[in-house]
Design a protein around this ligand. Structure first.
Ligand code: R5P
Length: 322
């Protein structure tokens, strides 16, 4: 991984059950030290987390970065517990029944940055019917009580967090995805499969310097989507469909069908977050020539590192906190 260290001190990049791979590649980019926090499960499935004794000094002496996903549901709990444990250590609340070490120390103040590679629950960003939880906002409300800034990678709809109580840096892996696509498939045309992905996909087209267009999508239900027919100038061309995430693969498969009908020579898919639910990878294999994602979620198609984008946001937050 290339990049010059931004901080000379031993600031820690922490991780728990998720984010270990990203913390490992972020640490050298930021000139920080990676520390794995203790995490395991009780027999009933509940999570246990702990800042190890030999990490207490590092967590207290410098601002700390925690890398953790709010996905799946257990990731939300894990993130909250890790933030709570780090926050106690930084406040100097070390009281414990075994009376190990100092029981209390001075409060070292704010300095916890949470880096979220994949922000789960992002897609419920509006209340469509009365009484619904706007889950994207609720997740932020819970975690922002325990940290001082959040860097989020390719959040589905950032506007939902406009009222957040702490600074948020929205970062994108589209520059790294553009490099990967250029190198691997050299696309002639980038397609956004819906209006929501236009800004991300057009950024990729601009970096590559190729043509761009988008489709209009209607979601009938979780597994069924329809695209409004549109003439696309893709005959004989290598096309990459770029989205923020792939879940069932329905959006990409339908967009690919439209492209093939109009004569596309090759169709590839790329996204930041590869969820690949319920056999999505086998479905995609019948519709596209290749699939590329970041490692925000571990998956067999992850060939782009999420760390450069996250490091950009973390650096900005650390500057704000300094
Ligand atoms: C929705 O607007 C998102 O940007 C993605 O297009 C969507 O979540 C992909 O889901 P699926 O793979 O299930 O079609």
């Amino acid at each position: 991984m290339k990049g010059s260290p931004l901080h000379e001190s031993e600031m820690p990049v922490l991780s728990g059950a998720s984010g270990g791979n990203i913390a490992a590649s972020l640490a050298p980019l930021l000139g920080m030290e990676q520390i794995q926090l203790e995490n395991r499960r009780f027999p009933d499935g509940e999570a246990y987390v702990r800042v190890p004794t030999d990490a207490i000094e590092a967590v207290r002496s410098e601002p700390s970065v925690l890398v953790s996903n709010t996905y799946p549901d257990s990731g939300i709990m894990q993130t909250l517990l890790l933030l709570g444990a780090i926050s106690d250590v930084r406040r100097g609340d070390l009281a414990n029944l075994k009376q190990e070490g100092p029981q209390s120390l001075e409060d070292v103040g704010p300095g916890i940055v949470l880096a979220i590679p994949y922000y789960g629950y992002a897609r419920q960003d509006k209340r469509f019917s009365p009484g619904e939880s706007v889950s994207a906002r609720q997740i932020a409300d819970m975690i922002s009580a325990y940290c001082d800034g959040i860097a989020i990678l390719d959040l589905h709809a950032p506007d939902v967090l406009n009222d957040a109580k702490i600074p948020i840096e929205y970062v994108s892996s589209m520059p790294e995805i553009a490099s990967e696509l250029s190198e691997r498939i050299s696309p002639d045309f980038i397609l956004s499969p819906d209006k929501g992905a236009i800004s991300r996909a057009s950024a990729v087209a601009e970096i590559i310097g190729c043509e761009f267009s988008y489709l209009e999508k209607t979601r009938i239900d979780a597994h069924t989507i329809e695209h409004t027919p549109k003439d696309l100038d893709v005959s004989g061309k290598v096309v990459a469909i770029v989205d923020d995430m792939i879940s069932t693969g329905g959006t990409i498969c339908r967009a690919s069908d439209a492209l093939r009908r109009q004569g596309a020579k090759e169709v590839h898919a790329a996204c930041t977050h590869g969820l690949f639910t319920g056999g999505a990878l086998s479905r995609l294999a019948k519709h596209v020539d290749s699939v590329h994602t970041t490692d925000s979620l571990p998956n067999p198609r992850a060939d782009v590192s999420a760390s450069p984008a996250l490091s950009r946001g973390i650096s900005k937050l650390l500057t704000k906190l300094a």
